[in-house]
Ligand binder design. Structure first.
Ligand code: ZN
Length: 145
């Protein structure tokens, strides 16, 4: 770590805050909103700090893992709600249809959030390296000058 490097002198957000930023569709570094009303149009980089959402090649696999976990969670909730609503005569056919629909829709709906969540987790495991958030580094250099 270079003590003169503005990036290493930058105080990053805490772990919980970083994860909350990711879970709410925000940039893990600066909290800039990335997931907007145009849900499917997630930018490749944050417009405020310049960090890439896919920091390293193959990082997409982690987002797919998060997406799978979240989608199974949605399916479980749909299934348990269906059982609770129709008990004691559980409507198995409708339950299978509803859970199947959730299995098709949830991964598409949750993909942008999965990417920001995984970016936050990745940032906690591998801290920012010089050059990764060029706009933030430029801003920090301006402040320290
Ligand atoms: Zn950012």
């Amino acid at each position: 770590m270079d003590p003169t490097d503005p990036l290493t002198n930058h105080t990053p957000a805490g772990k919980i805050r970083t994860l909350i930023r990711g879970a709410t569709g925000r940039c893990s570094v600066d909290g800039n909103l990335l997931v907007s009303a145009r849900w499917t149009k997630l930018p490749d980089t944050c417009s405020r700090c310049g960090i890439k959402l896919e920091r390293k090649e193959g990082q997409f696999v982690g987002a797919v893992g998060i997406n799978t976990i979240l989608s199974f969670g949605v399916m479980l909730i749909v299934m348990l709600a269906g059982i609770a609503l129709t008990a004691p005569d559980i409507a198995v056919g409708r339950l299978v249809l509803a859970t199947g629909a959730a299995a098709l829709i949830a991964p598409l709906f949750l993909l942008p959030l999965s990417k920001t969540i995984w970016n936050a987790i990745d940032l906690l495991m591998i801290p920012l390296e010089p050059g990764e958030a060029p706009l933030l580094e430029h801003e920090l250099a301006k402040k320290s000058a």
